[in-house]
Write a protein that binds this ligand. Structure first.
Ligand code: CO8
Length: 258
């Protein structure tokens, strides 16, 4: 794996772990971090013996938002002609599932980055919010769109318009995260979830992620057509034959395409 300045990458049992590492700025997303995150995630996406990614930060901060100090003096031209967050768009195109393990602050771009992942796990000290309104801007990396879909328009408007934070329990109730665990167990929980995903057939988990994404991006009718086409196409895989034969034989499946 390549070496990076603003994050670390490890691999363990078919899981690639990206840890954001700008501790003095609470993992604020500057252009360097965004670029490196796109590169690291793409590298893991293209590594054949990796089935799932984990994205995490520190105990204190998943990411406290875009780097305000880097952004403060930029012009409209700077923000449009030279998108400092292009690397995050690359991150959003990763085909393999990504588990976000979120402890501490996930604010602004940090909350938006978490929402680009597929399974969101929170430590009990996690804090979510879209405080951009307090900076004289609005969310710009999906906070008005993905948050509305994740928690519904009422709570999204409450958070985006007041800029208030929400704790892990509220995030769980709202459906932004699927589990809350004690902070000390966050990493092992994330590795366990990612390990379960990475043990499945790789083309099938990639197909499942794409279909789940379609649910966010298309109408119900188009999404159902997409799902049915994908479901049918999976019968071309030997892993479908193996999965169903294993059920019939009352044994664990031994997927080959991993
Ligand atoms: N950017 C830059 N530096 C940051 C950021 C940030 N977002 N957050 C924290 N830091 C730095 C602080 O400046 C401080 O550095 P220093 O010691 O050099 O002054 C260090 O991290 C520690 O932070 P604090 O001393 O403030 O720690 P506290 O525990 O007192 O407070 C908070 C923690 C509450 C998280 C506080 O730091 C804070 O409010 N941070 C800003 C949160 C925020 O507003 N985030 C939204 C940013 S805007 C955004 O994300 C828009 C994304 C869309 C971009 C779209 C482009 C197309």
């Amino acid at each position: 794996m390549s070496a990076y300045e603003t994050l670390t990458v490890e691999t363990q049992n078919r899981v690639g772990i990206i840890t954001l590492n700008r501790p003095r700025a609470l993992n604020a997303l500057n252009s360097k971090l965004a670029t490196e995150l796109g590169q690291a995630a793409t590298e893991l996406d293209n590594t054949s013996n990796i089935g799932c990614l984990v994205l995490t930060g520190s105990d204190r901060a998943f990411a406290a938002g875009a780097d305000i100090k880097e952004m403060a003096d930029k012009s409209v031209y700077d923000m449009t002609a030279n998108n400092p967050f292009a690397g995050l768009e690359e991150f959003g195109r990763v085909r393999k599932p990504i588990v976000a393990a979120i402890a501490g602050y996930a604010l602004g771009g940090g909350c938006e980055l978490a929402m680009m992942c597929d399974v969101l796990l929170a430590a009990d000290n996690a804090v979510f919010g879209q405080p951009e309104i307090n900076l004289g801007v609005i969310p710009g990396l999906g906070g008005t769109q993905r948050l509305s879909r994740a928690v519904g328009p009422a709570l999204a408007a409450d958070l985006v318009l007041t800029g208030r934070n929400m704790d892990a329990e509220e995030a769980l109730r709202a459906g932004l995260v699927s589990r809350v665990v004690p902070a000390a167990q966050l990493r092992s929980e994330a590795m366990s979830v990612a390990g379960m995903i990475a043990a499945k057939s790789l083309p099938v988990i990639i197909a499942a992620k794409a279909a789940l994404r379609a649910a966010q991006e298309t109408t119900l009718a188009e999404g159902l057509r997409y799902e049915q086409r994908t479901f049918t196409s999976l019968f071309a895989l030997d892993d479908q034959k193996e999965g169903m034969a294993a059920f019939r034989d009352k044994r664990a499946p031994d997927f080959q395409n991993r």
